[in-house]
Design a protein around this ligand. Sequence first.
Ligand SMILES: [Zn+2]
Length: 272
Amino acid sequence: MKRSTKKSVLISLSCIVVILAVVLLFIFLQPTIQPVLTSENELDVYQEDSVDMKPIIMPETEPNRQPDEEPETTETLEEPTQPETTRIYEVDGVTYISLEGVEVLLVNKVYALPPNFGGPNEEATAALNRMFAVAAEDGISLYIVSGYRSYDTQASIYNRYVADWGQEYTDTVSARPGHSEHQTGLTFDINSLSNSFKNTDEYAWLQQHAAEYGFIMRYLEGSEWATGYSFEPWHYRYIADSQLATNIMESKLSLEEYAGLVTERPEPEIDE
Ligand SMILES: [Zn+2]
């Protein structure tokens, strides 16, 4: 064998040894470079489908607490030094959030209502009628397309949609039974069930005045990621407090975003 051939065989052999060592090292280290993104906590079980809705605070159970009652305070009156965070709690299977001192019932893709909960709501209906009367004076004709719906009615609507369109699409436009705000009696679809409603004077009037009567729009354009629903310019929810309603409407955020109940909007993925 020539000297140069011997040398190149030696070089080739050392190369093979080095490559083998690198491959073995890589295989050996593999388990330690697994992604650390495991499930963050048990709240993940509330997540549905692709909608990234993660309550940031665990619901605490407060039995015997009604939403419109003042919280019982045993402590002396002290100004809070920190801004209040949204408190989320449950009473008899119904979820509420305490938002800027107002107790707001919460129903969405995450939080459901018990099947027997709800019914037409007198206070909300009265507020709606006051709003409709003032709108009429402004030459704006408003009327209810859909108000209170029972659990069973919602179940049959949802199941019919699923049969016609499949579950994935249905979930973006219709609530699963127990998850509809209409079951509370606090929610009304006004005038139309078409997106073109947003181009009407009636919609503009509602955007300007609904909060004065304690109503907010629930499913905003651009908030689909937070609510799980498509834009519904007709769907208004009574939360009673006109100041809070005004704050929410002026924020141009959904209730979930305003209350900080959802994690930050994911950055859109960019194809390179
Ligand atoms: Zn609706």
